[in-house]
Design a protein around this ligand. Sequence first.
Ligand code: FAS
Ligand code: PHB
Length: 388
Amino acid sequence: MRVQVAIIGSGPSGLLLGQLLHKAGISNIILELRSQEYVLGRIRAGVLEQGTVDMLDAAGVGQRMHTEGLVHDGTELCFGGRRHRIDFKQLTGKTVMVYGQTEVTHDLMDARAAAGLPTIYEALDVSLHDLDGKQPRVRYRKDGVEHEITCDFVAGCDGYHGVSRASIPADKLREFERVYPFGWLGVLSDTRPVSDELIYSNHERGFALCSMRSLTRSRYYIQCSLDDKVADWSDDAFWEELKRRLDDEAASTLVTGPSIEKSIAPLRSYVAEPMRYGRLFLAGDAAHIVPPTGAKGLNLAASDVQYLWQALAEHYGGSDAGIDHYSERALSRVWKAERFSWWMTSLLHNFPETGAFGRRIQEAELDYLVHSEAAMTSLAENYVGLPF
Ligand code: FAS
Ligand code: PHB
């Protein structure tokens, strides 16, 4: 089989890239390791920047998002037993869209199917070949049968554990990483959200986040030990700990209920440079990971895809300026989002190793933040998304 672009991975990066390439008349196929049901079963991001919303509209998949998504004008920081609002709209003129990654993935999969575009699910042993030549090849096994695809380019959209980054010779890659000494225990519940907007809480017992997927489905997180296992946490234990980390009003009005999903995610900051090797381009989590505190992971995948589909369209229009500039352009925005995600994580989580001094510094920074329009504007402009 031959296509212009072979996309590895059917997460948001791969699906959005496939849709935008198709609209630009560029043939593509997606190879996905897992089943479609497995991909849709993963519970991940919840907040979309305006730039991501605009891209989903440009891809022709924004309808349900505008109908079912929730536009948020701000968020609240909770510390010292009180909540403080950061008014994105007043400070930046921008808002964010609360619409789960699962729904984004669903909408993109539906659009891909409607366009009759090929996706090979449960494609095993994907391997990439001749990436440094003019005719890369991708091999995979499906139902016991070996297949080979020849293409012009390979888009590595296969996440942190994928095969694409691993196919780049080690001496061609520079990696930057920070692993955090804690994780996030997340719960999804069909309960009314505790507040109209998200609440990010800094508490001496640990970080907590109150988010949502709709007006009837809530998403909550608490900072937990990396030694914790999901089985260690009953629903009741989770709800009681979450209440301890919130202000009195939120704790008393929190609607609890059975968890419909419960998982622990480790937190890391990670960047691989460059995001290109020959005819292979990395996008999304395949190239970088952020701690979810700043709600940047999915949104960074979107800006990578924006730069990549434009660069590939330029190539087929006769100019390689875009593909030659892709890595540098993408990394410029990636590192700013890495910085913001690291800063939000450092500000809001409990770091026992920094001791009482570190705690006082956090308290002083939070107090300064909520009393300084300049500081709140800086948080707001990063949270709503820096320009693509
Ligand atoms: P993805 O990892 O979503 O997709 C990669 C795809 O490639 C997967 O479907 C995988 O099965 C497939 N794949 C892997 N190896 C392959 C191979 N060898 N061959 C073929 N296919 C292969 N971001 C936020 O903004 N907020 C959050 O709250 C948040 N929570 C998260 C929780 C967890 C547990 C994780 C892991 C991430 C979270 N993220 C969050 C980040 C997340 O949303 C990512 O940024 C987003 O999924 C990135 O999308 P992709 O780049 O498409 O990668
Ligand atoms: C979520 O709703 O899953 C979510 C929202 C904001 C974050 C992280 C996760 O910063």
